[in-house]
Design a protein around this ligand. Structure first.
Ligand SMILES: Nc1ncnc2c1ncn2[C@@H]1O[C@H](COP(=O)(O)OP(=O)(O)OP(=O)(O)O)[C@@H](O)[C@H]1O
Length: 638
């Protein structure tokens, strides 16, 4: 078994495994084998020992996924009834590859002996190439037949698996049908895979209907007689006709940024036209407009208990994390950056995001994670400026039980370990203390972590995304930041433009307002003030201004007077004006320190609450606290 091997040696290893059996692996399977060797460092002949959860962990996980389990249960039973006679077990997993439900056929003993039980971990990092783990990693339906399994101990299984997605296109888990000792060719599993995929779609559609039972929903399918009934698209709309949820078929036909689009951007009819075509949408009925809208059969469902989605869905979508396309908006510089980022996603390249506070660095990191093959794995953020220096080490690297006096009895997993398999976002990386820079560099280079007090290292497979508002090259020049760590973190660097530099400011303002408060609009003077302001706090500040405007607005329109005072004062850029006169600058500094101190006292030194009250991020608050030399009373002298 090759370890640390060059690509050609690895390819030869995989080829020889399949070649001996006269097989040619599909690309998705070969890639999974490469991952099993290079990322997960597994050995085909070694069966994992940590592949089962304890009974208590299983109970906890099932309770956590209660809604999903209940919803999927009928689909799992239906599939099991259809395939049990043919000797198949049916399993349902969560998005991390742990089986939550298992329906076994008559000779159950063989199946349980093969790990086909509730609480088994089929994640690729544990079991290598296998049906559930590889369907989750590749986000596609597939069959892993016998010797295609990475671990020799799984080579008796033939598994046909489909991922299951929620109405925001995020993975919920997998549906799997497995048979044992099937000597037939893989092609014989084709119909099984089709059946599993069909049931996965049924579960997704049930999830969609349940979630949007009180909302306007649209069912769309071509009028064409050859159209596939199982490919019916389902869309949930808010009151203004904006898409707030969809099923897999809809995401497949509109892969980019479906959520948040207006229905007229997808169909050639807006919400009013649809309601008119379906005679106003009588309550509790499902009305069809056959073939009048772009050759599509469109059914609008107006539930009996209809309450406009505006009361729930927009709030949810306003809080939902923006996608990469939504973040790029209409700005050519950002769109170009997103195109480049998509190309390097999943290529094991560390990314460094720079930009002023509030430009969306963390939002970008989250969107990159969501767009990557790691989206079902954890996204873990560590703000290096927001925690005291002394705590960064244990936060990042963790510790084992009893490793130092005062340590938590149970030990603590550090952020690096928590992020294993997923993405670690290191915010304000420029503030990382020097000695920890050295330790981080070693961990990233060796891809192994030894937690404080631990005897053995943990293998790490993480995508690292860092962010900074500082000029790291200047910090390198003054020896405050390690140059070698910089190059390790900066496989590719993207600079996010300040809001005042963005050419699509009007688009950003409208987009945010539509998400925050659908139906509200801006008066001409409010719109002009928002466009002309210099936004030192960037999108975060704009969001706060729009929130205030929406809260104060009357009659559906945000007036200039509803916006924060600085916007009404004219279009000055506060920081530049202040710096022009040192004395005034000094006064403003003092006023800011007083203001922050008041907020900190009022919130009893709760940093998140104080930052929110000040309309700045926690890291900016920490920076300001340090700059003004503010010290919490009971921390004095430490
Ligand atoms: N293009 C965008 N569209 C919608 N919301 C956005 C966009 N960019 C940022 N946001 C939102 O603005 C807020 C600030 O963004 P974020 O925290 O990512 O900024 P940041 O650059 O990481 O800030 P800081 O450097 O202060 O930590 C968040 O609520 C984020 O969801």
């Amino acid at each position: 078994m090759p370890a640390h091997n060059p690509a050609s040696e690895l390819a030869a290893f995989v080829d020889s495994h399949f070649g001996h059996r006269g097989l040619v692996p599909e690309a998705v399977i070969a890639e999974s084998w490469y991952r099993s060797v290079t990322q997960h460092r597994l050995d085909p002949s070694v069966h994992p020992t940590d592949n089962m959860l304890s009974a208590a962990e299983i109970r906890q996980l099932q309770a956590q996924h209660q809604a999903y389990l209940t919803l999927a249960s009928q689909g799992v039973s239906g599939l099991a009834r259809r395939v049990a006679d043919a000797g198949f077990a049916v399993l349902l997993s969560d998005a991390a590859g742990v089986t939550l439900d298992a329906r076994l056929p008559a000779d159950a003993g063989h199946f349980t002996g093969s790990g086909l039980v509730v609480g088994a971990r089929w994640d690729e990092s544990i079991a290598g190439t296998n049906g559930i783990g590889t369907a989750l990693a590749s986000q596609q339906a597939l069959t892993i037949h016998r010797q295609e399994h990475f671990l020799a101990s799984n080579a008796r299984l033939s598994c046909s698996v489909s991922p299951i997605f929620d109405s925001h296109n995020h993975l919920l888990g997998c549906l799997n049908a497995t048979c044992l000792y099937n000597d037939g060719p893989k092609q014989a599993q084709h119909l099984t895979l089709q059946l599993v995929t069909l049931y996965a779609r049924l579960i997704e559609n049930a999830h969609f209907r349940q979630r949007y039972r009180d909302c306007l929903t649209l069912a769309v399918k071509p009028c064409d007689g050859d159209a596939d009934l199982a490919a019916e698209q389902l869309l949930a709309l808010d009151e203004g006709g904006r898409i707030v949820g969809a099923n897999r078929a809809a995401f497949n036909s509109n892969p980019h940024a479906l959520l948040g689009l207006r229905i007229e951007q997808v169909l050639s009819a807006d919400i009013d036209q649809l309601l008119a075509l379906t005679q106003g949408g009588a309550r509790g009925t499902q009305l069809y407009d056959a073939c009048q809208v772009t050759g599509l059969e469109v059914g609008l469902r107006v539930p009996r208990a209809y309450r406009p989605c505006a009361s729930t869905a927009p709030a949810a979508s306003a809080n939902a994390h923006p996608t990469l396309d939504q973040l790029a908006g209409g700005d050519p510089q950002l769109q170009h950056a997103v195109t480049r980022l998509r190309k390097v996603l999943d290529k094991d390249i560390a990314l460094l995001l720079s930009g002023e506070t509030g430009t969306g660095k963390e939002a970008f990191a989250r969107a990159l994670h969501q767009a990557s093959a790691r989206s079902a794995r954890p996204f873990v953020a560590l703000n290096c400026a927001a925690i005291p220096e002394a705590l960064i080490e244990s936060e990042l690297f963790g510790y084992r039980p009893g490793s130092f006096t005062g340590a938590d009895r149970k030990g603590m997993k550090g952020k690096l370990e928590q992020a294993n398999g997923g993405t670690l976002f290191l915010d304000e990386i420029g503030d990382m203390p020097a000695d920890l820079q050295t330790r981080l560099l070693r961990v990233l280079a060796e891809r192994e972590l030894v937690a404080l007090g631990a005897a053995t290292p943990v293998r790490l497979d993480i995508q690292v995304i860092s962010a900074t508002h500082q000029d790291l090259t200047a910090r390198i020049a003054t020896h405050q930041f390690r140059e070698d760590l910089y190059y390790r973190l900066c496989g590719m660097r993207i600079t996010l433009p300040a809001l005042r530099e963005r050419s699509d400011r009007a688009h950003v303002i409208e987009g945010l307002l539509a998400r925050l408060a659908p139906g509200l609009h801006l008066s001409a003077s409010a719109h002009a003030a928002l466009l002309a302001y210099s936004w030192p706090g960037n999108i975060r500040q704009l969001l706060n201004a729009l929130r205030q405007g929406a809260a104060l607005a009357e009659g559906g329109c945000i007036e200039l007077a509803d916006l924060p005072a600085e916007l009404q004062l004219g279009q000055v850029e506060p920081s530049r004006t202040i710096c022009a006169t040192p004395q005034l600058g000094q006064q403003v500094e003092e006023a800011e320190a007083d203001h922050l101190l008041t907020l900190l006292r009022r919130t009893q030194w709760n940093m998140s609450a104080a930052a929110q009250a000040a309309g700045i991020s926690r890291s900016t608050l920490y920076r300001k606290i340090r700059r003004h030399g503010i010290v919490q009373p009971n921390r004095q002298g430490h």
